[in-house]
Structure formats: structure tokens, C-alpha cells
Design a protein around this ligand. Structure first.
Ligand SMILES: [Zn+2]
Length: 275
């Protein structure tokens, strides 16, 4: 767990499981000759990843930005995705019951699996903010998205989802914005501190290595929408010098965006205030 201290908010970056996905699928049209230098793949062409939710301390209570991969996966699943399970609350300052609101960028298993047990038991007392479109797509997946939405864990959310549409302030100082791209209902989460923006990027920026505009995943259902969403949000990230939290770097990452001498977007790492 790592700590970032703002003026209004304190952010705890948690560890909710390690896993691995196909490197080619993670980097879309980028040739392996390029991406394999950034993250070397294993002998099954998988690259090491992880899930890092944010637990945010606010004046009004605790907000969890994503739950992550979580625990309780079966052996076959663990083998395919090279899973190492981690309990995100093992070293957290509060327990699940103290969380007052959960915000999900979307409901794929690597972002939302931890919300429920494999048997389909919801593990929190808080409502789960997600875009209405994402909720519909998770409940009624199609052939290409089905593997990302484990049915029992999704059904467990049924009485707990608080669907939203578009953009809005869902907690004092905490905003969601639908980006589309990865899924139709994918959203990012923006925390407005007094003089700084903290952003949980979700799969708009899955890892620190995905910053260049064309580094869009083959997993994205609408890759062109993702490109346009990036162009829009990158402008704001640069202008506001936002502190960006990526979900999937193997080692937890926070950074600031900049444009290098070749005009390529990149992320510069920011160190936490404590751990
Ligand atoms: Zn993801």
C-alpha cells in the first residue's frame, strides 16, 4: 500500500492481485518488436500486470475506486491468467465495511472481481457507481465480451449498483466521466483536490507504457473511440498537471503526463508521500 497526500483527500493505492495477459492483445497494433522492449513477455507471450485500486479518505468517509481482481478464482482461471491473489484490505487503514461508496470504471473481472465472492456474495455495504450502459452490457454480454464478466460475481451486484450516465459529481469533490472506448460505458474517475487533480485512468491508460496515443489495446471494443477519448483527456491531463493512477502496472504507478521531444505522450513517475 502506498499513500498520496492531497489537501482535502488522502489516497491509498492498494494491491488487489497480480495477473498476466497476452502482450499482443495489450498493445493492439503496436509491433511486438516495440512493446516487448517495454514489458518483456513470458514463454506464453503474457506480460506481467496487477490491479491497484485506490482507497480515498474524504471529509465524509471512505471511497473505494475499484475493487480489483481480488480472490477466490479457480485453478484453471489462475493458470490461464497466471494469477497471484492478494487481499487489497490486508494492510488498508480501514476494512470493507467502512467503505461508503465504490466507484468502478467498468465491470471486467480484473477491475470488479473483488466485489463479490465466487459464490456470488456481495462483499461491501456500499453502493457501486457504474455507468448504466456498462451495467447493461455486464448483465447481457455478447460472444466477445462474455469471458470478461463472470456471471455469478456480476449478478451479485444486482441490488447494489447505482447507475449513472455521462458525467457527474458522485461524491463531494469526486467526479466520473464516461469515456467509452474500452467498453461503451467505461468511465474515468477524477478527484478534485484544492490545487491538484488526481485521476484514476482505468483502461484509458492501463499501464505507464500505454501513454503514446496509438498504444490502444486490442481488448478495447471501440479502439477508435478510445483514441479520440485519449486526445480529449490528454489535453486536460497536461494542462492541469494531473496526477494519474494507472490500474495495471505490475508495480503500483502514479505519474504526470508530458510530451517528449518527438511529440510522443509519456508518463513521468511521481513518488508517494509514504507507504
Ligand atoms: Zn483492465
Amino acid at each position: 500500500m502506498r499513500i498520496f497526500k492531497g489537501k482535502r483527500f488522502t489516497i491509498y493505492q492498494l494491491n488487489s492481485g497480480k495477473f498476466a495477459l497476452d502482450g499482443g492483445a495489450m498493445f493492439g497494433v503496436v509491433p511486438k518488436a516495440l512493446w516487448s522492449r517495454l514489458i518483456p513477455p513470458d514463454d506464453l507471450n503474457r506480460i506481467p500486470m496487477a490491479t491497484h485500486p485506490l482507497l480515498v479518505e474524504t471529509e465524509k468517509g471512505w471511497v473505494l475506486i475499484e475493487a480489483g481482481l481480488g480472490t477466490g478464482w479457480d485453478e484453471k482461471f489462475k493458470k490461464i491468467y497466471d494469477v497471484t491473489e492478494e487481499d487489497p484490505f490486508a494492510d488498508a487503514p480501514v476494512g470493507r465495511d467502512e467503505v461508503a461508496l465504490v466507484i468502478q470504471t467498468h465491470l471486467h473481472f480484473d477491475h470488479a472481481g473483488e466485489l463479490a465472492t465466487p459464490e456470488g456474495e456481495f462483499r461491501y455495504k456500499a453502493p457501486v457507481v457504474v455507468q448504466a450502459m456498462e451495467w447493461a452490457d455486464a448483465l447481457y454480454p455478447h460472444e466477445r465480451s462474455r469471458a470478461s464478466y463472470p456471471e455469478r460475481r456480476i449478478r451479485a451486484l444486482e441490488d447494489h449498483v447505482r447507475p449513472v450516465s455521462g458525467s457527474g459529481e458522485v461524491w463531494p469533490g469526486i467526479y466520473v466521466h464516461r469515456t467509452g472506448g474500452h467498453t461503451r460505458g467505461h468511465q474515468i474517475v477524477v478527484i478534485r483536490d484544492e490545487d491538484r487533480l488526481f485521476v484514476f485512468t482505468g483502461d484509458l491508460l492501463p499501464t505507464r507504457h500505454h501513454a503514446p496515443l496509438p498504444y490502444v489495446m486490442a481488448y478495447d471494443l471501440f479502439p477508435e473511440d478510445m483514441l479520440f477519448a485519449r486526445k480529449y483527456w490528454y489535453d486536460l491531463f497536461l494542462r492541469e498537471r494531473a496526477i494519474l493512477f494507472t490500474p495495471h502496472d505490475r508495480a503500483p504507478f502514479a505519474g504526470e503526463m508530458y510530451v517528449d521531444e518527438k511529440g510522443k505522450h509519456r508518463l513521468r513517475e511521481i513518488q508517494p508521500d509514504g507507504d
